[in-house]
Design a protein around this ligand. Structure first.
Ligand SMILES: [Ca+2]
Ligand SMILES: [Ca+2]
Ligand SMILES: [Ca+2]
Ligand SMILES: [Ca+2]
Length: 573
């Protein structure tokens, strides 16, 4: 075609190409089919340019148009590979969720209730090959399906299959599983009770099936995917730290992501959290050894303040102590934070052996730093993360010390319990998905995992493990149907929070990233009332089980009245 370069226009309107072809900037002509398909057909890239593709519509029958406007063959959609380059061919759960998942070989494979596939000859071999033992239920060593019992084939409630080696197997329809005691009976599967239902918020079990629904302010995006999206409260923003700064990015589906600064000129920001009612952001700085706060710029009528102003809330307990993470109780306006004191001591004969001892603590105070109380002082080495659930009056923290663990207590520090001690390396970044039944998501930066569990540490499930996108994860947050995490290498990644679809990198090469949070009015439940309003505590009011309020005195003070509401420092300060 290069012989056409330099020729005079041959078509009306000064065009070099006929109407049915696309004219490249270099005047070459290519087929419309070649536009925006990811291949440079013009030779100068003009068939793939953003402005061209933004206004181009793919052939709808054979092609799929990606979020970045690229056109890919339809059969690339939901095939597990990121063919678009922005994940949009894999992360559209409306398209991908309703694909029935078959076992690789329909004839020689058996599908377990948990979705695993095992070879048919593993059925009724007295071994649990499925992992949920459903390949060993429904087994009848003798008889055959043709034997009619109680009016059904083999007496099976639903279906019957003869086994090749004699005997037969009762099978149940989709949504049911064979009763573990009665091999003929079919029971409903409670899909909501375990991982895999894919409801991003509310799951309701029904006989033979289940249904997803959403909380106030959210709507299901379709009937299959279980994806809830916020319909009020504006675009969610992703807030993340880079050492001395806090940035925010408006979360959009296209590649056009808007980013702005929230806080600048701090030192070494570790954990962050915010109060959706006051629109204050809080952080701990491990170089300044302090808890600080600021109004989030552009919020609450403070649009003139384009960058937040860091204000000291409280310094760390002493100069050897660094704060590591912070959580906001947005109902009472109390803040919770973790601190770590590292001491080097000389031990052993002639005190020659040097040992490093790390001691962690958890504190609560009013959000202006007044009335500090230490809640946890013992049995904590290296606290990496703290999260609070004011609705239930519970707090959670992770300890990445020599005996790594995740613990919980009431938010006054009492009723402490350890909920995770096994399969744990370096736990970090606990976050509570209030909209999804208060499930806890967390990362392990040593095992390279993202996990989910309930408030007791039960129903634990590993969502991602050693995936290429999980590289020493240090922080995590969840919103709607997505999870967002930060890797130690400075990348911010998003993926469906049940691990569906493919990961999408939202930012990369950040310096010293430590924390990520989703900023949205509906991330925390702001419809709840502050239970402390009627308590008239002289100093602190904190929440305990079921969100019940109790008064507390600052460290070193005691109650002076039998009702335990007034502390001995008086009520003025
Ligand atoms: Ca092309
Ligand atoms: Ca694909
Ligand atoms: Ca078996
Ligand atoms: Ca069910």
């Amino acid at each position: 075609m290069s012989d056409e370069v330099g020729c005079e226009p041959r078509f009306p309107g000064g065009r070099y190409c006929s109407e049915d072809r696309f004219e490249c900037k270099n005047h070459l002509c290519v087929n419309h089919n070649d536009l925006c398909d990811g291949t440079d057909d013009c030779g100068d890239g003009s068939d793939e340019e953003d402005e061209v593709c933004r206004n181009f519509q793919c052939d709808k029958v054979h092609k799929y148009q990606c979020g970045n406007f690229k056109c890919i063959p339809r059969y690339y959609v939901c095939n597990g590979d990121d063919n678009c380059g922005d994940g949009s061919d894999e992360n559209n759960m409306t398209l991908c969720a309703n694909r029935p998942s078959h076992c690789p070989n329909l004839f020689s494979d058996f599908k377990c209730a948990n979705g695993n596939c095992v070879k048919r000859d593993k059925i009724c071999n007295l071994q649990d090959d499925c992992g949920d033992n459903t390949d060993e239920r429904g087994c009848h060593e003798e008889g055959k399906c043709e034997d009619e019992i109680d009016g059904t084939r083999g007496g099976c409630f639903h279906r019957c299959n003869n086994l090749p080696g004699g005997g037969y197997l009762c099978l149940c329809d989709k949504g049911y599983v064979v009763n573990p005691e009665n091999p003929k009976k079919c029971d409903d599967v409670d899909e909501c009770a375990s991982f895999g239902h894919n409801c991003s918020q509310i799951c309701t079990n029904f006989n033979g099936t289940y249904a997803c629904s959403c909380r106030e302010g959210f709507e299901l995006s379709d009937q299959f995917s279980g994806v809830c999206k916020a319909v009020k409260g504006g675009d969610p923003k992703l807030v993340f730290t880079t050492g001395s700064e806090i940035h925010a990015q408006v979360i959009e589906t296209t590649n056009n992501r808007r980013e702005f600064d929230v806080i600048k000129n701090e030192s070494r920001i570790e954990g962050i959290d915010y109060n959706p009612s006051s629109m204050m952001i809080y952080w701990v700085d491990s170089q300044e050894n302090a808890v600080k706060r600021s109004l989030i710029p552009g919020s609450g009528g403070h649009t003139e303040a384009m960058i937040g102003f860091g204000q000291l809330v409280t310094p760390s307990t002493d100069t050897n102590t660094v704060p590591t993470d912070i959580a906001t109780d947005w109902l009472t306006n109390n803040i919770y934070w973790t601190e770590m004191t590292v001491r080097t001591s000389l031990q052993g004969a002639r005190r020659k052996k040097r040992s490093v001892v790390s001691v962690g603590s958890i504190y609560v105070a009013k959000d202006d730093g007044r009335y500090k109380i230490s809640l946890i002082r013992t049995g904590l080495e290296r606290p990496t993360s703290v999260a609070v659930d004011p609705q239930h009056g519970l707090m959670y923290w992770a300890d990445a010390g020599n005996n790594p663990k995740i613990e919980t207590a009431w938010m006054d520090g009492t009723k402490r319990r350890t909920i995770v001690t096994t399969n744990i390396g370096h736990p970090e970044a606990l976050t509570i998905d209030f909209a999804q039944d208060h499930m806890i998501y967390w990362v392990d930066s040593k095992l390279n995992t993202i996990e989910i569990m309930d408030h007791d540490g039960r129903n634990r499930h590993t969502i991602l493990q050693s995936a290429p996108s999980v590289r020493k994860p240090v922080s995590l947050d969840v919103f709607e149907a997505n999870m967002f995490w930060v890797n130690a290498d400075g990348s911010v990644v998003r993926q469906d929070k049940f691990g569906r679809g493919v990961p999408v990198t939202l930012a990369r090469n950040l310096n010293n990233p430590k924390s990520v949070k989703v900023l949205h009015q509906y991330r925390y439940n702001t419809t709840l009332k502050n239970p402390c309003l009627d308590m008239h505590c002289s100093h602190m009011c904190v929440l305990v089980a079921a969100g019940r309020p109790v008064c507390k005195c600052p460290d070193g003070q005691r109650f002076i009245n039998p009702q335990q509401t007034n502390c001995d420092a008086g009520t003025s300060n």
